[in-house]
Design a protein. Structure first.
Length: 393
């Protein structure tokens, strides 16, 4: 439930604030899939208007649970959080991934899944889809802090689900739940046909209480640097206040918050109308915002910087080498099964941008690539493996 803010002129960050991308994080960001995003968004929209307490709202909750189960999350990780206001009953969904070093301190990444008047493709199928895509990719990735992926309901009726969660779960836990950060995603889908190169990073400017504002400013500054490091997007340089979404009950509780909100330059007429449909938003923008969010979430929760066995695949599954390394104008791909040419090979730069794609070629001309580090990803018989290599000039 966001109302239009009139933005001051935008100024964009330059490289001075850039964060060096972590290669393992880049590799996971490169797994964000436009196909997955489009499919998830379509499934969400297919439930129709998901008014809090309605049958459609409940069906969407069950769909979310099934998504997490399909990603491999166990039933004990997937919890419903029922709440009531007036005579309306609804449920939040909370999925917990336990941290390796700080299991009792949480990074919460949240988005509401209820909609009002329309099917809510942008508000907030966009945030819902981004959270699901991050949970899918991070399923087997160790993180030092625990992560809670939370899908709130009751947002459009006045932050009912998130307020319930803060009062009845965060504060009712003994000891009180320890939260490192709340990272909220609401309306990050943009407008079809508009140019979107900016995502707004929102920070806490609310003075009741004000003791958490400096920490929110610091995390939001980091968030901006991760946007630049892991996506093709820019961010706002002026302060954009957090308001009217599920981070606010946390803010009021003294927690540290940050958030993403779409950065199109003019007003968006579709949210809270029957026209909040996929055709009126920009799924490619959502794809880019999801990349930025996944880069940031890995830093916030301190994800492993080692590619796991799953990510690099077993040598028998998709073993290969890239030579020479460092390389100059050509690289050669050496497969463990040398006669096979039924493979695809993609090269990503350290910002996660795909810079080359080939099919079945074992000698590849890379003379067009600037000097630097790259990740080469091989897909072969349904398996994937990634190798790092350097191009010297
Ligand atoms: Zn919303």
């Amino acid at each position: 439930m966001k109302k239009l803010l009139i933005f001051a002129a935008f100024f964009f960050y330059l490289a001075a604030f850039a964060q060096t991308p972590e290669p393992a994080y880049v590799s996971r960001v490169s797994q964000v899939s436009q196909t997955q995003i489009n499919q998830t968004l379509q499934e969400y929209v297919n439930f129709g208007v998901k008014t809090t307490g309605s049958a459609n709202n409940t069906n969407a909750l069950y769909w979310l649970k099934n998504k997490y189960a399909s990603f491999g999350y166990s039933q004990s990780q997937i919890e419903e959080d029922p709440f009531t206001y007036g005579n309306v009953n609804s449920r939040n969904l909370v999925v917990t991934k336990t941290g390796t070093l700080y299991p009792n301190t949480y990074v919460i990444v949240s988005s509401h899944f209820d909609s009002i008047v329309g099917p809510g493709a942008n508000d907030n199928g966009s945030g819902t889809t981004a959270v699901l895509e991050m949970a899918r990719i991070l399923k087997d990735i160790p993180t030092e802090y625990s992560i809670k992926f939370i899908h709130f309901s009751g947002e459009e009726q006045g932050l009912r689900g998130s307020q319930h969660y803060v009062t009845n779960v965060v504060n009712a836990s003994t000891p009180k739940m320890s939260i490192r950060l709340v990272f909220n995603l609401d309306q990050i889908g943009g407008v079809a046909g508009q140019m979107h190169n900016t995502i707004i990073c929102e920070q806490d400017t609310n003075n009741s209480p004000s003791g958490n504002n400096a920490a929110s400013a610091a995390f939001t500054q980091q968030l901006k640097s991760y946007v630049l490091a892991y996506s093709s997007l820019q961010t706002n340089t002026n302060v954009q206040p957090a308001y009217s979404s599920d981070y606010m009950p946390f803010q009021n509780n003294g927690e540290i918050i940050t958030g993403f909100y779409e950065g199109n330059g003019s007003s968006n007429p579709y949210p809270h109308t029957a026209n909040d449909v996929i055709q009126n938003m920009d799924p490619v923008y959502l794809f880019n915002v999801t990349k930025a969010a996944l880069g940031a979430l890995q830093h916030f929760a301190i994800a492993s910087t080692y590619l796991s066995v799953n990510e690099t695949a077993t040598p028998q599954a998709a073993g290969f080498q890239i030579t020479p390394n460092p390389a100059k104008n050509f690289i050669e791909i050496h497969l463990d099964e040398p006669r096979n040419r039924d493979f695809e090979f993609e090269i990503f730069d350290m910002s996660g941008k795909k810079v080359m794609a080939t099919q079945g070629e074992k000698g590849i001309n890379i003379s067009s690539l600037p000097a630097g580090m790259y990740l080469g990803t091989l897909r072969y018989q349904g398996k994937t493996a990634t190798r790092k290599f350097r191009v010297g000039r």
